[in-house]
Design a protein around this ligand. Structure first.
Ligand SMILES: Cc1ncc(COP(=O)(O)O)c(C=O)c1O
Length: 485
C-alpha cells in the first residue's frame, strides 16, 4: 500500500483532506484530457488496443494513486467518448446532468445496497418513495402498483416478461412457474412485439427458456408503428393453431425511429385474449416531462407494466432504469426469503427489503440520481430539456426532407431521425467512418435493406447551426467519396 493513499473514508480530517484532493485532481485530469468540442479523439481500434494493453494488468508493487491517475489521464481519458459533445449523436446514450455526477460520488462513497433495509436504510426509503412518485407520474395506482429500479431497459423489459409469463401460467394453467419451472405447454407460449422493437425481447425469451421463436414479430406501418390489423390476424391464427399469446409489447419510442405504437388498440386485443400489455418506454418515457409532447404518452397508463429508462432522455449516468407494474402482485415473481438477508419477521415490522422486487441481489442506489435530478430540474427544467431534443429532431428532419441529396423516410415523433445520402450504401457507410475519425459520431442502421444514417439527438446544448454544420460535412464527404468510387 502507498502510505499517502487512504484506504477508506473515515472521520479523520487528514484523510478527508486527502480524498478531497484526490477528487479535485481527478476532475482536473478529466478537464485536461480534452481541449475541443469533438466527441472522440479519432484514434483507430488497433492503435488504441496496443496502447491499452501496454498499460499492464496487476503490478507486483502498487504504484500509488498519483501515478495511476497520471497514466489514466494520459492513456485512457483522451480516448473515452465525450458524451457531452454536441458532435455525439449516434445512440440512445446521453450526456449527464452535472448534479448527477455528484450523486455518483455520493453513491460510491457510501456504497449502500438496495437488497435489505439494514444495507441502505435511507436508500431503501428513498427508492420506495421515488417508485411511488413514478407510479403516479405515469398514471399507475400508487396503492396496489409497485416497481423497482433496475440496471437498464433490458433488465426492466425482462422483468416485465417474467412477471407476465408467471402471471399468465397461473391464470391459464394454474401452474406455479416459480416452484415448478416451465409448464408442459411452454413451447406454445408467445410474446408479440413489433419487428423493429428492441432486441431485449428476444434476449428475454431466450433467457426465459422459450427461445427467439416464441417472439412473434408484428409488421409495422409506414410510420414504423405496430400494424394493428396484422397483430389481430396473427393472434387469431396463433390461437387457432393452439398457441398461447401471453404478452404484447407496445414500444413508446422505437430505438431507431422513435415511433410510438398504438397502445389503445393493442390493449383491446390484449384484453380479448387475456394478455399482459407491457410498455417499453425505455426511450420515450422522458416525454412525460414535456408540456408540448406529453400527450404522445397518454396511452401509457392503460398498459400493465412500463419500462422507464433514466439513462436516455432523462440524461442520468448509466445505469438507471425502472420497471413499474400496475398490479404490484405480479412483481412478486422475484420474492424469495433467506434467513441471512430478508427475514419475513423484519418486513412485518416495517423493515422493507427491496431484494424481493428485483432480479439482482446487491444493487446500486441509483434512485439517488433520479431524486437529485428531479429536485434540481423540476418539471420546468426537464420540460425544456425534452422539448429541445424533440424540437431539434423536427428541425433536422425539416432540413433534409426537402433536400434532394438526402432521403428521410420517417417523420420523427421523438428525438431521432433516420436518413441517408441518396448516393448508395457504400457512400453512407464510409461517410460515417470518416466522421468518426474526425471526432463526430453519428449512427448507422438499416431500413428496407438500405444502409441508413441516424442522428439521436439528446443533447440540450445542441443548436440548429451545429446541426447544419454536420449536414454540410456529410454532404461534402458524400460527394467526395461518391466521386472517388
Ligand atoms: C426501445 C428500447 N428498449 C430497451 C432498450 C434497452 O435499454 P438498455 O440499453 O438500458 O438495456 C433500448 C436501448 O436502446 C431501447 O431503445
Amino acid at each position: 500500500m502507498q502510505s499517502s493513499d487512504p484506504l477508506l473514508i473515515s472521520n479523520d480530517k487528514a484523510i478527508q483532506e486527502r480524498l478531497s484532493l484526490m477528487v479535485r485532481e481527478t476532475l482536473s485530469a478529466i478537464f485536461n484530457s480534452f481541449s475541443d468540442d469533438s466527441a472522440f479523439s479519432g484514434i483507430g481500434p488497433y492503435e488504441l488496443r496496443d496502447r491499452i494493453n501496454a498499460l499492464g494488468f496487476l503490478p507486483a508493487k502498487g504504484k500509488g494513486f498519483e501515478k495511476v491517475l497520471e497514466e489514466t489521464e494520459k492513456e485512457i481519458l483522451p480516448h473515452l467518448l465525450r458524451t457531452w459533445s454536441t458532435k455525439y449523436m449516434p445512440h440512445l446514450h446521453s450526456p449527464v446532468l452535472t448534479e448527477t455526477i455528484c450523486s455518483e460520488l455520493i453513491i460510491a462513497c457510501f456504497n449502500d445496497s438496495l437488497d435489505s433495509w439494514d444495507q441502505g436504510p435511507a436508500a431503501t426509503e428513498l427508492e420506495e418513495s421515488m417508485i411511488h412518485g413514478l407510479l403516479a407520474l405515469y398514471g399507475f395506482p400508487v396503492e396496489g402498483g409497485d416497481g423497482c429500479i433496475t440496471s437498464g431497459g433490458s433488465q426492466s423489459n425482462i422483468s416485465a416478461i417474467i412477471a407476465a409469463r408467471d402471471w399468465y401460467c397461473m391464470e391459464k394453467f394454474n401452474w406455479d412457474v416459480k416452484m415448478n419451472g416451465l409448464p408442459p405447454e411452454y413451447t406454445k407460449l408467445r410474446v408479440y412485439t413489433s419487428e423493429i422493437s428492441h432486441f431485449s425481447m428476444d434476449k428475454a425469451s431466450h433467457i426465459l427458456g422459450m427461445g427467439y421463436n416464441a417472439v412473434r414479430k408484428i409488421p409495422v406501418d409506414s410510420r414504423c408503428r405496430v400494424d394493428v390489423k396484422a397483430f389481430e390476424r396473427m393472434l387469431e391464427e396463433d390461437v387457432a393453431a393452439g398457441l398461447y399469446p401471453y404478452c404484447a409489447v407496445a414500444t413508446f419510442g422505437t430505438t431507431d425511429f422513435g415511433s410510438i405504437d398504438d397502445a389503445v388498440s393493442m390493449r383491446k386485443l390484449c384484453d380479448r385474449y387475456g394478455m399482459h400489455l407491457h410498455a417499453d418506454a425505455a426511450y420515450g418515457s422522458g416525454l412525460i416531462m414535456s408540456q408540448k409532447y406529453k400527450d404522445r404518452l397518454s396511452a401509457i397508463s392503460i398498459c400493465d407494466s412500463i419500462t422507464v429508462d433514466f439513462h436516455k432522455m432523462f440524461l442520468l449516468p448509466i445505469s438507471c432504469s425502472a420497471i413499474l407494474m400496475r398490479n404490484g402482485e405480479k412483481l412478486k415473481c422475484f420474492e424469495l426469503h433467506a434467513d441471512y438477508l430478508n427475514r419475513e419477521e423484519d418486513e412485518e415490522d416495517g423493515y422493507i427489503n427491496l431484494v424481493g422486487k428485483s432480479m439482482q441481489t446487491t444493487r446500486r442506489f441509483d434512485a439517488l440520481k433520479v431524486f437529485m435530478a428531479f429536485q434540481t430540474r423540476g418539471v420546468d427544467g426537464y420540460g425544456e430539456i425534452i422539448d429541445k431534443a424533440v424540437g431539434n429532431a423536427m428541425y433536422f428532419y425539416s432540413v433534409i426532407a426537402k433536400d434532394p441529396e438526402f432521403i428521410a423516410p420517417v417523420e420523427p415523433e421523438l428525438s431521432s431521425v433516420v436518413f441517408a445520402l441518396n448516393s448508395g450504401d457504400e457512400v453512407n457507410k464510409k461517410v460515417r467512418r470518416q466522421l468518426l475519425s474526425e471526432g463526430t459520431v453519428i449512427g448507422q442502421t438499416v431500413k428496407d435493406g438500405k444502409v441508413m444514417l441516424k442522428f439521436t439527438l439528446l443533447n440540450p446544448n445542441l443548436e440548429h447551426h451545429q446541426i447544419d454544420e454536420v449536414v454540410e460535412r456529410i454532404r461534402t464527404l458524400g460527394r467526395k467519396i461518391a466521386s472517388e468510387q
